[in-house]
Design a protein around this ligand. Sequence first.
Ligand code: FE2
Length: 400
Amino acid sequence: MNEPAKPPLSSDARARMEALNTQAKHLSIWLRTQANAPAQRPWFHDNGLTEAGHLAEGRVAAGQMKAVPHLWKWAEISPYLDEIARIAVESDTPPIEFADRQQFLLTNPGLGGRLQTTASIRCAVSIYNAGDVAPAHLHSPNASRTIMSQNGGYTTVEGERCVAARGDLILTPNGTWHDHGNDAKEPVIWIDTLDWPLMEFLDVIWLDEDMPGERGVGNGRAQKSTAPDGLSRALYGQGGLTPAFATRGRGFGQNVSPCFHYRGADTRTSLSALRGEAGDPHEGVALEFTNPVTGGAVFPTLTYGAQLIRAGEETAAKRETSSTVYVVMSGRGETEIAGKTYPWEENDIFVVPNFLWRRHVAKGPGDAVLYTMSDRPLLEKIGQYRAQGARGGKVVNLTA
Ligand SMILES: [Fe+2]
């Protein structure tokens, strides 16, 4: 890091090369006139607790984009869900007919309007009125629903009907047929999370809406329920016990969880049972939703968590090379990200992009529960996962 900077190219040489670049533009080549400029300064040399990640200077960097921290206040964004639901009722062609979904996407302000919440994650908030059905389909990106409404609505995955309640996590792993709907009286709301931007970057997006076989009675767009309700829980609902027999086919995705439905009620019970534990200084009492067969993340690319920050608790600062989206399932508090404070309350959503220092504070009076979605498993697989924490004013490495 202390090496002298390269001498700048002489202006004459640069001007001549830029002229050649103009001349050769139609050939789709670029004569290099700039050194590589990574999107951010090297974290491993910045050992202070204030580094916020900076875009490097220069033309190459100018073509790069970097996700920024952002807080979506539920009070500000949820009225647009109501508007979508109203349009769906009043219009001759509801959004679900021309868009297959009824939702808005959470677009990171640092990513130039791309449909991305982080470099690899896309999040949307969806609303479905009574009677709505999002048609059966299958795709290569991994996806999930984090249920925000109290009760009602369902996702059917590979024939298993997962009836939704607040705090549930319902997975639709890559290669699983799934459809969504609402057969309750009230609208249902959930957050969709996908690794779509990564798959798009890798050019491996596949989508199929022509489901073979018999369809459900009463609505030709929904798949027929072919598995017992609650099958995920029956197979994997007891920690430490997994079936010793082959389970029915659960899609053709690789390295994904065969358990599709994680219940919010179970998550709350587990967090409550662990409330008296010390937990982790950087995360409070944190749980990970895991693939019950491997004990690892539910997707090769994404992991999901639920963390209890007890009333009055302040976590120690931490930063990771992965990015995390947070959903405030209950409570109120604030998270300091790269030196700026983001106050949150129930249903708010915020994003901490990679390697920004962050620390949580639960303001009370009750405990706070944060749900998380992170691309840590992806970073681990490509040898790029690192984490650091602040301990006693010093920076310590949390990974080897
Ligand atoms: Fe889908």
